[in-house]
Design a protein around this ligand. Structure first.
Ligand SMILES: *[C@@H]1O[C@H](CO)[C@@H](O)[C@H](O)[C@H]1NC(C)=O
Ligand SMILES: *[C@@H]1O[C@H](CO)[C@@H](O)[C@H](O)[C@H]1NC(C)=O
Ligand SMILES: [Zn+2]
Length: 444
């Protein structure tokens, strides 16, 4: 009996001990490699709680949210794509303005907390923030409705620092179908992507903006995986085989993402983790294990969706808990390399590739640097030079018929076809009348 108790004590001691070892190792790996998370909705919380009046809150003490500065520090959150999100309800109304305001929130947060947040727009920025112990703050626009079918708006978003666009949120745009099409709650309007949607993919490649496939229909996932020159991301989606929600990524798509060297950043929302209202940290780790098994450790990342969802797993209550998940992966036998890949190496690889593609495709502003590129690559592949010089900003606007609504003016578009034909019909009638009149006059 007494031996049993001693044995039990020794055993539990061992378990606690190994848990400590994994956590310690997790923290060490997180000192060596930045943790980059693909999606956090803190800016939307700023809208909801404070109507974007940031002076009314203190990110050091804010308790209502999953995210605040002490939690960021405890969670070793080194880089975050903050979502500039506005609901689908704003589509065809004030989506662009409201999105610009969310972008402004991220800029202002960085100005308000300069010791903790660093505004970032590149893979190099992420590393430089990491060296300074600051959280690199990047912007992703969540939902194609935010650009109101305008590539000019997309380009200016890029200039404001936006580095990914999620092609849809939970509504169709005039050029892309969303995931609800796959659940039957919505109907396909674009057979995946319209021609304009395809041009948008090329334009994003040219700009060097990451293409985010979270929230899109499966058809769109597959089309973009074929079309895009650069690797793509899922900023906050989990594995469909583990939880059969259409917001998650099916195995065959995971494999294509791997071929394309892209990344799937795992969402922690209970409903996408277990397809139930409850979930725990271990259930999230199951998604990491599954994706690794099916498509390899090189496509995995973290995409917590904190402050964008109402239910998060037990053990992952807020952004301070990332190290516990990392420790769990180590406990499951993940190697240092695999863990570091998921932490940040994968996203950095994807981001660099996207930046490189953009450098190639936009290389005909005649700078020395670009000349070198063109020269070098035209030596390697004859066609590249021609395809590069062909790629200029895409200027053809979306067909007016695709975006007719009472809130949109038609400046710049030629008069509509039916209006035009009415005019020409009128002219013909007039001419005919004159002719007849003349003939009749001549007769008399
Ligand atoms: C960052 O933090 C680490 C450990 O907390 C510390 O050793 C290092 O000096 C800090 N670096 C800077 C630039 O503050
Ligand atoms: C997590 O939930 C699963 C059920 O989905 C359960 O089997 C498991 O024991 C739980 N793990 C922990 C650590 O609570
Ligand atoms: Zn989302």
């Amino acid at each position: 009996m007494i031996w049993c108790v001693i044995l039990l004590n020794v055993l539990s001691g061992f378990i606690i001990c190994s848990a400590d070892i994994n956590k310690e190792k997790a923290l060490r790996l997180m000192r060596e490699t930045p943790l980059i998370d693909g999606h956090n909705d803190l800016p939307w919380q700023m809208r909801q709680l404070f109507n974007n009046e940031l002076e009314k809150m203190d990110l050091n003490t804010l308790e209502k949210t999953h995210t605040n500065i002490p939690k960021i520090k405890a969670g070793r959150l080194s880089a975050q794509f903050w979502a500039a999100y506005v609901p689908c309800e704003s589509q065809y109304k004030d989506a662009v303005m409201k999105t610009v305001e969310q972008i402004d929130v991220v800029h202002r947060l960085c100005h308000l907390y300069p010791n903790d947040l660093m505004f970032a727009t590149s893979s190099d920025d992420i590393l430089s923030a990491f060296k300074q112990n600051k959280t690199a703050s990047l912007i992703g626009v969540e939902g194609g409705h935010s650009i109101d079918s305008s590539l000019g708006t997309l380009r200016m978003f890029y200039n404001l620092g936006v580095r990914y666009l999620t092609l849809t949120h939970s509504c169709n745009t005039p050029w892309a179908d969303n995931w609800l099409v796959d659940t039957g709650k919505d109907t396909s309007e674009n057979n995946g992507l319209s021609d304009f949607g395809k041009e948008l993919i090329r334009e994003m490649n040219r700009l060097g903006m990451l293409i985010d496939l979270a929230h899109v229909s499966e058809k769109v996932m597959n089309l973009v995986l074929e079309l895009s020159i650069a690797p793509v991301i899922f900023s906050h989606s989990s594995a469909y085989e583990v939880c059969k929600s259409k917001r998650n990524v099916p195995d065959d798509v995971l494999k294509k993402v791997a071929l394309k060297k892209g990344i799937v950043m795992v969402n922690f929302y209970n409903d996408y983790v277990t397809c139930q209202k409850t979930a725990n940290l271990s259930n999230v780790a199951d998604h990491f294990d599954h994706i690794k098994k099916v498509a390899g450790h090189e496509i995995i990342g973290f995409g917590g969706d904190y402050d964008g969802v109402s239910r998060v797993p037990e053990g992952l209550e807020d952004v301070s808990k990332y190290p516990d998940l990392v420790a769990e992966l180590l406990r499951r036998g993940w190697t240092d390399t695999e863990v570091k890949a998921a932490l940040g190496d994968n996203l950095l690889r994807v981001f660099r590739e996207v930046e490189k593609v953009s450098m190639l495709t936009s290389c005909f502003s005649i700078t020395k640097h670009c000349h070198y590129f063109i020269h070098y690559f035209s030596l390697l592949i004859f066609e590249v030079r021609d395809s590069m010089t062909a790629i200029k900003p895409y200027e053809v606007p979306i067909p007016y018929a695709d975006v007719v609504n009472p809130c949109r003016t038609m400046y710049g578009y030629p008069p509509q076809d039916n209006a035009g034909s009415m005019i020409s019909l009128g002219l013909h009638l007039l001419l005919l009348t004159l002719l007849l009149h003349g003939t009749i006059l001549q007769l008399f």
